[in-house]
Design a binder for this molecule. Structure first.
Ligand code: HEM
Length: 206
């Protein structure tokens, strides 16, 4: 296959991490709803939902380490850091494109390369996601999984009520995030372009 006019943007560890993580979060949300609304929903038993939720949660924790080790080990984590000098104007330009320009056929102001993969809005969202929200969700999940073993950590975080509230709040956040994220991922030069790139690694320049 010729890769003329294409750029290799998603190395294999990133693709493996991403799709294991995505499948994991879909399962966590489905089992999470079943656990939370056990009386109204009935697509699996409460016990099966808890067991599956726990195993998928552990898988997603190991998967997070793959993302962490790859990005920090290779130094490529820099692509997640916004350039503070240009961040605000880039962000405004990108928001204007998504809110208006895209509907009148304007060109996307961001041109993806391996070293500058994310536009300003993605950078802001992804840094929050991978540095704050995902770790917080995994840590609170671990605490709820074994409250005795992680009793000290639960106490340090403000008690079981706080830990549970954070976990449930982030659960709703991730359920909505995935819909918005999957929609934004369809806004490449074709509907499937970014999805294909996340499988093959290669993004086409347009
Ligand atoms: C239905 C599930 C999902 C789909 C269809 C999906 C799709 C995609 C696609 C197509 C990309 C490449 C284009 C882009 O950068 O926007 C991407 C990147 C990314 N996604 Fe997802 N995603 C899903 C779930 C998730 C979840 C649950 C998370 C985190 C909790 C996540 C975090 C990310 C991050 C951080 C990137 C950038 C990765 C990198 O290049 O380093 N995604 N996603």
């Amino acid at each position: 296959m010729s890769h003329e006019n294409m750029e290799y943007v998603h190395p294999l560890p990133v693709r493996i991490w991403h799709w294991v993580n995505a499948a994991g979060f879909v399962l966590l949300v489905l089992t999470g709803f079943q656990i939370r609304f056990a009386e109204s929903l009935g697509y699996m038993s409460f016990d099966s939902a808890v067991t599956l939720h726990n195993w998928v949660g552990i898988t997603v924790i190991f998967d997070y380490f793959l993302w962490f080790l790859y990005y920090f080990g290779s130094g490529k984590i820099r692509i997640y850091y916004p350039d503070l000098a240009t961040f605000i104007p880039r962000m405004i330009r990108q928001a204007r494109y998504y809110g208006y320009g895209i509907f009148i056929g304007d060109e996307n102001p961001h041109h993806m390369t391996a070293e500058n993969k994310f536009n300003a809005m993605q950078q802001k969202a992804y840094i929050m996601l991978m540095f704050v929200m995902v770790p917080l969700q995994l840590i609170t999940g671990l605490c709820l999984w074994d409250m005795t073993q992680y009793g000290d950590l639960i106490a340090k975080m403000g008690g079981l009520k706080v830990v549970d509230t954070i976990h449930v709040f982030l659960f709703y956040f991730f359920a909505i995030f995935m819909v918005v994220h999957a929609y934004l991922a369809t806004l490449g030069h074709t509907v499937s372009a970014h999805f294909v790139a996340m499988f093959t690694g290669w993004e086409e320049h347009h």
